[in-house]
Unconditional design. Structure first.
Lengths: 157, 286
């Protein structure tokens, strides 16, 4: 079947999509957007987190046909041209990236948190990121990065 | 595989009537896992996310009608005051990403004994609204909805449209045992709902029997033994825990042993009733 939706502001179409295929597969394998990572395929790890109509979801659990006509925003759509999002900058500066596999999902999920809560508490950050697993055990630096980005975003408002 | 995309409830019912093997798909948090792992290859997926009314809720005369597709995040954000037990359970579902997609309708459709919404629905006397094109509407009390492990009372041509539940008339609590705070399938769970007007306490057990179920003997005991004006009698509390555990018929599995589950049910029964009673007396004093 054919599936058309808007990804990072661009209209995209994929053909010959299998009906049981996930949005994640379409993004990575058909549209050349490998930022969203494929790990658990069961919603446990958060590595494939994308915005679907403004809400962060696990792209592995969205059937491609369900995304038809919808708006999708992936980690590739957070930077403005060459200017990284403050969260991406903060992840780099704080050393919140080890192997990097969980990073895109964490950044999209944390991005949503900072869109909703300007100065989140540590408990709010932990709760927001509870569904994103990092197996390099880098959580402390990830928390540092989210705090730094929150402060910068709030101060620039 | 067919991918059916009704945009109205009538179209959805027609699609299900014409193709009863079609698997309803909403948030995908159960169905897509099975497809990703090739556990399930349905002949058709019936995508219900375009039937907008399923994601809405309404209230009339203190009774709530909540569409089957209302996500857990909305239940937490908008219904925590009226349906506190269900909202507490919703907060324990998966992760924020899962709560943005998962819904009570999906929990009911999957009918897993471990589904988090079942115990509070049972404790609060929820009724499930199902419908088929040819059979019309049926209103099924939650206590009659769960028939076996992952089996519910739906007929092949029926879809779940909503659940109905009265606004809480007293304190409600939900408790769940798991290895961490997020991303946990319940080892077991328990819900209580005080119904002070009826001098009655509703209960619900999760992941402690082939189906979610009420602890009827424990409820009947409380209806006779509770003094609604006084602090909880420790002997009543203890007996309530024992009777709640007696309602369980758990199994040993990867998440826990039957013995542990039985013990945990008695502990959670005592805890949740203690919390609820504390609120109940506090409200009376206020």
């Amino acid at each position: 079947m054919r599936v058309s939706f808007v990804v990072n502001g661009r209209e995209e179409t994929a053909d010959d999509v299998w009906e049981g295929e996930s949005l994640l597969y379409v993004l990575r394998e058909r549209l050349g957007l490998p930022g969203s990572k494929n790990a658990c395929e069961q919603g446990e790890c958060g590595s494939c987190t994308v915005y679907l109509d403004g809400a962060p979801v696990c792209a592995c659990l969205v059937a491609a046909g369900q995304a038809d006509g919808r708006q999708v925003r992936t980690v590739e759509g957070l930077a403005e041209g060459d200017r990284l999002d403050p969260l991406q900058e903060a992840f780099v500066e704080c050393g919140a990236v080890q192997c990097g596999f969980c990073t895109p999902g964490l950044i999209v999920q944390a991005h949503d948190l900072l869109e909703r809560v300007a100065r989140p508490s540590d408990a709010e950050i932990r709760e927001a990121l509870a569904g994103n697993l990092c197996r390099c055990t880098g959580y402390e630096k990830i928390l540092d990065a989210v705090r730094l980005a929150a402060t910068r975003k709030a101060d620039s408002r | 595989m067919d991918f059916l995309r009704p945009t109205t409830w009538a179209e959805a019912l027609a699609a299900k009537a014409d193709q009863p093997d079609a698997v309803p798909l909403q948030g995908g948090t159960d169905v897509m896992v099975e497809i990703n792992f090739a556990v399930r290859r349905p002949v058709a997926l019936l995508d219900l996310t375009r039937v907008a009314e399923l994601a809405t809720w309404s209230e009339q005369d203190g009774r709530y009608r909540v569409g089957a597709a209302v996500p857990y995040s909305t239940i937490i954000g908008e219904l925590g005051g009226a349906l506190p037990g269900l909202a507490q359970a919703a907060r324990t579902v998966g992760s924020p990403q899962i709560r943005n997609r998962g819904s009570v309708g999906g929990n009911l459709g999957a009918a897993s004994p471990a589904g988090d919404s079942h115990p509070p629905l049972l404790a609060a006397d929820a009724v499930i609204e199902v419908e088929s094109r040819d059979g019309g509407v049926r209103l099924i009390p939650a206590a009659e909805f769960y028939l076996g492990v992952k089996r519910n009372a739906l007929r092949p041509d029926e879809l779940i449209r909503a659940f109905h539940v009265p606004a809480a008339s007293g304190p409600q609590y939900f408790s769940k045992v798991g290895t961490r705070n997020a991303m946990v399938i319940a080892v077991c769970s328990f819900a209580v709902a005080l119904h002070p007007g009826d001098r009655r306490v509703g209960t619900g057990l999760g992941s402690a029997a082939p189906t979610p179920r009420r602890a009827l003997e424990a409820e009947e005991f409380l209806a006779g033994a509770l003094d609604w004006e006084a602090p909880l009698d420790p002997a009543v509390l203890r007996r309530f825990g024992e009777l709640a555990a007696r309602a369980a018929s758990p199994i040993d599995d990867v998440r826990g042993t039957a013995g542990y589950r039985t013990h945990a049910i008695s502990v959670m029964a005592r805890r949740t009733l203690t919390w609820a009673w504390h609120d109940h007396l506090g409200r009376r004093a206020a």
